[in-house]
Design a protein around this ligand. Structure first.
Ligand SMILES: Cc1cc2nc3c(=O)[nH]c(=O)nc-3n(C[C@H](O)[C@H](O)[C@H](O)COP(=O)(O)OP(=O)(O)OC[C@H]3O[C@@H](n4cnc5c(N)ncnc54)[C@H](O)[C@@H]3O)c2cc1C
Length: 390
């Protein structure tokens, strides 16, 4: 098989890249080791920055998003039993849209299938070769047969546990890591949201987040231990704990419903630098992950893909590699700003380790200052809706 760009991974990064390249008449082959249904049903992120929304609409995959996406003009911060609103629209003129990652993936798979360009699910034993040469190769197994893709470039969009980043020569990458001493127990429930916007809560018993995926489905999170056993969290215990942490003096209550999914999500910050080796380029979670508090993971993947598309289009149109040479530095500048914001939101809203009255009171003071200062609220809002894509 021969193509211009071999894309490894059909998550948001790989699918978006394939679609944007298609619109620029650049050939690609996308390979994915999971089954199509599994990829579509995987529930993960759900908050799209305005730049990600604009990208989907401008590239012709925004019809369902425009119809079903929930526009949010702000979020709530809850502490000391009170809720305080951060008005994104009033402070920045921008909003975010709640639209599940699985819906994003569904839209891009449909666009890929309509383009009739190759997208192969359930491949295995994927390896990259000769990435420093002008003819890099991707080897894989499909239906017990061995295949080889010869290409100009490989896009490693295979997530944090993929094979592309480990294929960089040892010592070439500088990896920066931050482990957080807690995780999130996340649930998906069939229950109409009782708040129109997300609620982030700092409570003595720990962090909680109230969010939603649609007018009928809520997505809720509780801070828990990284090795928390889900078996110790029967549904009633989850609902009671959520109500305790999210409850406010105004009597606001969360709607309960059938819990359809429970999972523990680790909290980690990670950045690989550079995001390129030879003609192998990393994009999305393959190169960096952020704790989900700032809702940045999927949006960072979209920004990487936009930069990479731009660089590949410039290369094929003009023969110039300048943009490709700038790709890693351009992405990392944005990635580090998102790491900073995600770390700041996480540190402000989570109790670290054992109860420490000094830190808890300092955190309450920070939230009190933040929600009383237009300058501080603007800073949160402009990061949350997404910094400009330069
Ligand atoms: C468990 C989990 C929960 C999350 N929850 C949230 C959340 O609540 N809020 C939030 O904002 N963000 C969340 N995120 C982050 C967000 O989902 C990611 O940032 C986003 O998925 C990044 O997209 P991606 O395409 O770069 O990577 P991925 O979505 O990970 O896609 C990578 C793809 O590559 C495939 N792949 C892997 N290895 C290979 C291989 N060898 N060959 C071929 N294909 C391969 C994978 O199957 C996958 O389909 C979560 C992430 C995870 C992992």
């Amino acid at each position: 098989m021969r193509t211009q760009v071999a894309i490894i991974g059909a998550g948001p990064a790989g699918l978006m890249l394939g679609h944007l390249l298609h619109l620029s008449n650049i050939d690609s082959i996308i390979i994915e080791n999971r089954a199509k249904d599994y990829v579509i049903e995987r529930v993960r992120a759900g908050v799209l920055e305005q730049g990600t929304v604009d990208l989907m609409i401008a590239s012709g995959v925004g019809d369902r998003l425009k119809r079903d996406g929930l526009r949010h003009d702000g979020v709530w911060l809850a502490f000391n039993g009170e809720r305080h609103r951060i008005d994104f629209l009033g402070l920045t003129g921008k909003s975010v849209v709640v639209y599940g990652q699985n819906e994003v993936v569904k839209d891009f798979i449909a666009a890929r299938e309509a383009s009739e360009r190759p997208l192969h699910f359930e491949v295995s034993d994927v390896r990259v070769r000769d990435v420093e040469s002008a003819r890099p190769k991707v080897c894989l197994q499909k239906d017990d047969d061995e295949h080889e893709i010869v290409c100009d470039f490989i896009a490693g969009c295979d997530g944090f546990h993929g094979i592309c980043r480990p294929a960089f020569p040892s010592g070439f990458l500088q990896c920066y890591e931050k482990d957080y001493p807690f995780a999130w127990l996340g649930i998906l429930a069939t229950a109409p949201p009782s708040s129109e916007e997300l609620v982030y809560a700092l409570h003595e018993r720990g962090f909680a987040l109230y969010s939603m995926r649609s007018a009928r489905v809520t997505r809720l999170y509780l801070r828990c231990a990284p090795d928390e056993k889900i078996s110790e969290w029967p549904d009633d215990r989850i609902w009671e704990e959520l109500q305790t942490r999210l409850g406010t003096k105004d009597g606001w209550r969360i709607n309960r419903g059938t819990i359809t999914q429970k999972a523990v999500t680790p909290m980690r910050g990670f950045v690989a630098d550079p995001m390129r080796f030879g003609n192998l380029f990393l994009a999305g979670d393959a190169a960096h992950i952020v704790p989900p508090t700032g809702a940045k993971g999927l949006n960072l993947a979209a920004a990487d893909v936009r930069f990479l598309t731009h660089a590949l289009v410039a290369y094929y149109k003009t023969g110039s590699s300048d943009e490709l040479n700038n790709y890693s530095a351009k992405c990392l500048k944005r990635v580090w700003k998102a790491q900073r914001f995600s770390w700041w939101m996480t540190s402000m809203l989570h109790r670290f380790g054992t109860a420490n009255d000094f830190d808890y009171r300092r955190q309450i003071a920070e939230l009190d200052y933040l929600t009383g200062s237009r300058a501080a609220m603007t800073s949160l809002a402009e990061n949350y809706v997404g910094l400009p894509i330069e």
